[in-house]
Design a protein around this ligand. Structure first.
Ligand code: HEM
Length: 576
């Protein structure tokens, strides 16, 4: 029998499979699952070999937890497989690793018994598409909204559907082409500031090269904070070079958001906790510092408001505006009518959503490149030919195709966030998905769902060599049956085609989510990361300080390192 790999046409160089097996192929596909990819065998075997161990070590806590879960969720959800033994397996490694093992073991839709709660874990593109796009308004952000509401209020991410519908209509038009053009100039200025800082620390090593050793993750975090501050409310944190009470408060708040997202008991909702518990008190103080700062910025923006309509606003000469921020646009568009509280929530949401995600994608791109020097040189050759020693511009981003695809491939391997969280507002029936369970799975109202983007992006059923770093998988001749609809980067003609996205991959690749609640800052983020990476590689080679294995992963809202990404940057001498 032909293996799945040989039956499906794939794009050149081990890329994304464009023709998926249809549900009617279920029988043959299921029987082939085990040999779908030799690469996967290692993981599959690991799962199989630990299976016995896991069974015997399953402890009372797990049994009690599973019993409780099943009771509370009204017995098993139809015929949905259940990942048992969850509680003990979850200790000691990031959640999404366990979810991946269970995906291989139980299939692409399964129920996770997790303490007194049950979660449905989805790793299937059809089911993901259904939840995110086709029936999007039957789901809200569930646990995520519980965690983020005290920080972001009714900002776009945690917002209930009614608020979201109004605010998305207002916020989305602010990411227009002239704004993005001005942002590229700002990304370049901020990246230059970072590069100059690195150059200031250079010293000669024993091989006679100019090098500097630093934690790139921390540096990317500062860079992303400066960029998001300027882009969203024209406030220069200057965190690359200094510390301030506002920066400390922002980091404190981000840290708390992160902590809450790894905690499944909403401790912050306990009565009086924000007055008694020290970390809660600190959080309240930090939030006040940021809110005061935002209120001041909003007040200033309102005082200098110019009344204009949206189209006129979008045609302004953003490149020469002193303040081209989203806040400026939002206030000018709505002026005095805009509710301060809502505006503050929106700004806070974008500050948090746009900071850590971008810092994380740059961190993992650097990590992957440091282990693949040939790919780093390929990117540098592109940068040298496009930029020479010059600065990045909006126009040249189009030509930095390989650098962009490095970012995209880093987002495939390390999606930020690795899980999308939803809760069903009504009872629903999830479609059968590619696995082809004809009737699908009925779920009751209030079901919590994790869409595992990590599993989708590393699925052996949809990617060749899913674990390998291959930006080339997206680089296919446009006329040779590559990804349908992928026309390369042309922001004026087709803004959505800046990167291979969820539409082109039919929800197997979700770097920025999908459906109505897709990331509103996707273009901003991709351009920002491309500029920052291009400018770093223009000047430096990246080497890891230790072995790749010594870089431990941890997750909160995003995937990051446990102790920083310590690298040696070597000044390039061959970049003519
Ligand atoms: C590499 C960087 C980024 C990644 C990977 C990323 C990823 C995502 C994803 C996956 C979602 C969907 C969440 C869900 O469906 O639950 C999302 C939503 C969102 N993102 Fe991003 N994001 C990035 C950068 C940004 C930036 C720079 C901004 C703002 C300037 C931003 C603002 C938002 C907002 C406001 C939402 C909520 C949209 C809504 O519900 O309508 N993101 N992001």
């Amino acid at each position: 029998m032909a293996t799945l790999s040989s039956r499906l046409p794939t794009v050149a160089n081990g890329g994304f499979r464009t023709n998926r097996p249809k549900p009617k192929n279920l029988q043959s596909r299921t029987s082939q699952n085990f040999k779908v990819s030799k690469n996967r065998c290692r993981i599959k075997c690991e799962t199989a070999s630990t299976e016995e161990e896991r069974r015997t070590s399953r402890n009372l806590l797990d049994k009690a937890s599973n019993l409780l879960t099943n009771l509370l969720s009204g017995g098993s959800i139809g015929s949905m497989p259940i990942a048992e033994g969850a509680v003990s397996d979850l200790f000691g490694k990031p959640l999404f690793f366990s979810l991946y093992d269970w995906f291989l073991e139980h299939g692409s839709v399964y129920k996770l018994a997790f303490g007194p709660k049950a979660f449905v874990v989805v790793s299937d593109p059809i089911v993901a598409r259904y939840i995110l796009r086709e029936n999007a308004f039957c789901y809200d952000k569930g646990v995520l909204a519980d965690i983020l509401e005290p920080i972001m209020g009714k900002g776009l991410i945690p917002a209930d559907l009614e608020t979201w519908k109004q605010r998305r209509r207002v916020v989305a038009p602010s990411f227009h082409a002239s704004y993005l053009q001005a942002m590229v100039k700002m990304f370049t200025d901020c990246s230059e500031r970072t590069i100059s800082k690195f150059e200031g620390f250079l010293s000669m090593d024993s091989e006679g090269s100019d090098t500097v050793e630093l934690d790139l993750e921390a540096e990317f975090s500062s860079l992303a904070l400066d960029i998001i501050g300027l882009g969203v409310f024209n406030y220069d944190f200057g965190s690359i070079t200094k510390e301030s009470p506002v920066i400390k408060a922002v980091y404190g708040t981000l840290f708390e958001a992160e902590h809450r997202s790894t905690f499944y008991i909403p401790y912050w909702k306990l009565p009086l906790s924000s007055w008694i518990v020290p970390r809660q008190r600190k959080f309240r103080r930090d939030l006040k510092v940021i809110n005061d700062c935002l209120d001041e910025l909003i007040r200033n923006a309102k005082e200098t408001r110019q009344e204009t309509d949206v189209e006129k606003l979008q045609q302004r000469d953003y490149l020469n505006l002193k303040d081209a921020s989203l806040l400026r646009f939002l206030v000018d568009m709505r002026g005095a009518d805009v509710d301060d509280r809502q505006l503050r929530d929106d700004l806070m949401t974008m500050l948090i959503a746009g900071h850590e995600t971008t810092a994380a994608v740059l961190t993992w791109a650097a990590f992957l490149l440091a282990q693949n020097p040939a790919k780093m040189r390929k990117a540098q050759a592109e940068i040298d030919s496009v930029l020479g020693q010059g600065r990045t511009t909006f126009e040249c981003l189009q030509k930095l195709e390989y650098v962009r695809l490095i970012i995209v491939e880093a987002l495939r391997l390390y999606p930020q966030p690795p899980l999308l969280i939803r809760r069903s507002l009504k009872s629903d029936v999830l479609p059968g998905g590619y696995k082809g369970d004809k009737d699908g799975y009925a779920i009751p109202a209030g079901t919590d769902i994790f869409i595992s983007v990590f599993n989708l992006h590393r699925s052996p059923y949809f990617w060749d060599r899913p674990e390998e770093f291959e930006p080339e998988r997206f680089l296919m001749p446009r006329d040779s049956g590559g990804i349908e609809g992928w026309t390369g980067f042309d922001p004026t003609r087709s803004p959505g085609a800046m990167y291979p996205n969820e539409i082109i991959s039919d929800f197997a690749f979700l770097p920025f989510g999908g459906g109505p609640r897709k990331c509103v800052g996707d273009q901003f983020a991709l351009m920002e990361s491309t500029v920052a990476l291009a400018m770093l590689l223009q000047k430096f080679d990246i080497e890891l300080k230790g072995s790749p294995e010594s870089v431990e992963l941890v997750t909160g809202a995003t995937i990051h390192t446990k102790n920083g990404l310590w690298c040696k940057l070597r000044k390039r001498t061959n970049n003519h």
